[in-house]
Design a protein around this ligand. Structure first.
Ligand code: ARG
Ligand code: GLU
Length: 721
């Protein structure tokens, strides 16, 4: 071996165990992989206190909230805390011009006032077990991907059905390390979840989208719900007879706060990360997908923001929609910037060069991994134009509400055309669609949607490669002489999908014959062309790419683990329960700038601006602030701490996760990441990546002093030291 090769190998083989802060670890492996490290960093409890199947542990107080957030139990009566933005769509759904809980907040003063939320659920992890061997039974290394997948699917089904036999828990097998390991996960889901309290938006969303993903932050991002169960303390759908759930474990709250350097950990359900991708995949995400999506979302947000500023009803109608469009928009900007500032692509390329040297150093490796990177690069090159078109279609055309809404009627139309579908089935489908009409139009402004149609379709039509445009574009451009505004105006004037009364006319006593109305509707025609193009021309390529990429990534992941034997790997996030741990720490976002690790209520008054919606401070909060009477919620320094940052590695889904201290006591609620570190889903940088947590004392201060909901505080348990 040449000296250079030896040097490369040394660099890659002698790697540190882990980068401080990086990693989302499996709770069941903590005792094996992380406990020592955590205790060295300051933790005073054990891995068994965090996760145990034999007795109650912290894990029993953590739930997956809805589809994509985390919440934690803080009382023996099933009271849970999550973020305001996690409860947002539920708070929004209960809001009207008369009862505007978004603006004014909501507090139930007794159990009977707590509001049910159909569709909302929370899920507990009951247990987790490595079943890799069972799942890989019958697999040989030279098997084709499709063959392998079929066997795995069968084995999975077997393991799941065996596990759920005679159990009241749901069993599912999930893949880890890109499909190299498998775990059986048993869960229990509760479906009667009621809204207990939410601060007004100018506390819960203070700083709005302007401050989103940024530090210094002053958002009181929390809301309060309660889990209900039947008389046997088991999951049950909503019923007046249900009672508050008695948990196995509820968290103890510490009012001591944290100090710089303190150990903390975040316990929750991170959604998706892709830390082990090759450079080309990162490049496609950061430099192709993100810029297109950012531009289209920016155009949409400009229109929504203007409409919301001018009209109170639109503000309520579009609050949740705007927030979700804006959230990922801003995340993508931060991510692409972070990737470029960190030279992440070059770093990955260097790693890949070292990888090739390692592979070529031995024939057995050459056989297994010799082509992996070239194949991967080629697949991505071939996929790029399709991925681009896919991004334009999903972010452009599908960003228009009427297009998505109209397409929802395609199935009814199909049923009407099929002779085999009986009339009463058609009536059932129409009734189902009719039930969705009021909810859809409650949050719909057709003037605004028309403007969005004109703008997004124009960008899509002009920037996307013509070979990748749905045929409706050519027809429309000929008909409206190149005017997207005229196209939009005509569609919205004539389409019944823009008007609730026309929709009701269609659906009242619906019969087969009326299907013609759907078929001839101009919005439906646009939708049909767009979705047909998606399904016929793009989806097959997208699916086959991801199938191939998944199998390439599996092999590449395996090879990376073989090469870096000294490194402890954590699996990418996949919405399973994880522990991230780190230290409370400020950072330096730019030359000559240092960020402190906490913010205070004084900062809220510094940011106050009565003319800007995001920075309005209510007289009550100002009063509480000037009195400086924070009682037991004050920090030792006398101020009211609002938020703090730490090096915990978190991602979307960790919203609402408890931030726990060295003793396992609740000190904060995770709600965001700092701007400079938003690339951490693709690559983590210990200097820049920070999670943002709401200080639990500010949350309780608002509940207790601002809302006067002392009844809730009474339910909670506090640490004595
Ligand atoms: N950025 C945080 C997260 O990803 C908070 C989002 C709240 N939404 C918003 N648009 N401000 O979930
Ligand atoms: N706000 C994010 C969420 O919904 C958490 C922030 C992040 O992505 O780290 O889960």
């Amino acid at each position: 071996m040449s000296r250079l090769v030896t040097l490369f190998l040394c660099l890659f083989l002698i790697v540190r165990t882990s980068i401080a802060g990086e990693g989302m670890w499996l709770p069941i492996l903590l005792s094996q992989l992380n406990e020592k490290d955590m205790q060295t960093m300051g933790m005073r409890i054990t891995a068994e206190d965090i996760y145990s199947v034999n007795h109650s542990s912290l894990k029993d107080a953590i739930v997956l909230f809805g589809g994509g957030c985390t919440a934690e139990i803080v009382s023996n009566q099933g009271l849970i805390l999550t973020n305001h933005h996690c409860g947002f769509s539920n708070i929004q759904r209960h809001s009207t011009l008369e009862h505007d809980y978004l603006t004014d907040g909501f507090w139930a003063s007794s159990l009977t006032e707590e509001l049910p939320n159909p569709g909302l659920s929370v899920t507990f992890l009951v247990s987790m077990e490595d079943v890799t061997e069972k799942i890989l039974q019958g697999i040989s290394p030279d098997m084709k991907g499709s063959e392998r997948d079929a066997i795995i699917l069968k084995n999975r089904g077997k393991v799941e059905s065996e596990a759920s036999k005679g159990s009241r828990y749901k069993a599912s097998v999930k893949a880890f390390y890109s499909g190299n390991q498998f775990y059986l996960i048993m869960t229990e889901t509760f479906t009667d979840i009621r809204l207990v309290g939410a601060p007004p938006s100018n506390i819960g969303k203070f700083g709005g989208d302007t401050d989103n993903w940024m530090w210094p932050r002053h958002t009181g991002d929390f809301s309060v719900f309660r889990i209900y169960a039947n008389k046997n303390n088991e999951p049950a759908d909503f019923s007046k007879d249900n009672i508050p759930y008695t948990p196995k474990k509820s968290l103890t709250i510490s009012l001591k706060g944290v100090k710089e350097g303190d150990f903390t950990f975040v316990y929750g359900f991170p959604g998706t990360t892709q830390e082990y991708l090759p450079s080309y995949a990162v490049d496609m995400a950061a430099n192709q997908r993100n810029p297109i999506a950012i531009k289209l979302r920016q155009q949409k947000l400009d229109l929504i923001d203007k409409a919301m500023e001018n009209d109170k009803l639109t503000r309520i109608q579009y609050a949740a929609k705007a927030a979700s469009v804006a959230n990922f928009w801003k995340k993508m900007i931060g991510e692409s910037k972070g990737i470029n500032r960190l030279d992440a692509i070059e770093k990955k390329q260097q790693f890949e060069a070292g990888f090739e040297i390692w592979v070529n150093a031995e024939n057995s490796r050459k056989d297994l991994y010799g082509n992996i990177l070239t194949d991967y690069r080629q697949s991505i090159e071939d996929f790029r134009p399709y991925h681009k078109a896919y991004t334009y279609l999903t972010e452009g055309a599908m960003g228009v509400e009427i297009i998505r809404f109209a397409y929802g009627y395609n199935n009814l139309l199909k049923q009407c055309r099929e002779k085999t579908t009986a009339d009463d089935e058609i009536i059932k489908s129409a009734a189902k669609l009719k039930a969705g009409v009021p909810g859809y139009f409650k949050n719909y402004n057709s003037k605004l949607d028309e403007a969005i149609f004109a703008k997004l379709m124009e960008t899509y039509g002009k920037e996307c490669d013509p070979a990748f445009l749905p045929p409706i574009f050519t027809e429309a451009m000929a008909k409206y002489e190149g005017s997207y505004k005229a196209w939009a105006a005509d569609v919205f004037k004539k389409s019944m999908f823009a008007d609730s009364s026309k929709m009701n006319t269609l659906l009242d006593n619906f019969t087969r014959k009326r299907s013609k109305k759907i078929e001839e509707d101009p919005a439906f025609l646009v939708a049909r062309s767009v979705y047909a193009f998606l399904q016929d021309k793009l989806v097959p390529v997208v699916n086959s790419f991801y199938l191939k990429a998944d199998s390439l990534q599996r092999v590449y992941m395996k090879a990376q683990m073989e090469m870096q034997t000294g490194k402890v790997f954590y699996p990418d996030a996949n919405s399973t329960l994880r522990v991230a741990y780190g230290n409370v720490k400020g950072y330096s976002p730019a030359d000559a700038v240092d960020y402190r690790w906490f913010t205070t209520l004084d900062g809220i008054l510094e940011k106050e601006n009565p003319d800007v919606y995001d920075y309005v401070v209510t007289p009550r909060l100002r009063e509480l602030s000037t009195s400086r009477d924070y009682g037991r919620y004050a920090d030792a320094d006398g101020s009211m701490h609002v938020a703090f940052i730490a090096t915990n590695h978190t991602t979307g889904g960790n919203s609402g996760s408890p931030v726990l201290d060295a003793d396992g006591n609740l000190v904060g609620i995770n709600f965001d990441r700092c701007w400079e570190g938003t690339m951490s889903d693709l690559i983590y940088d210990p200097d820049q990546c920070r999670n943002i947590a709401l200080d639990i004392r500010y949350c309780l201060f608002i509940i207790d002093r601002y809302a006067g909901a002392a009844n809730l505080i009474k339910e909670m348990n506090f640490a004595t030291r």
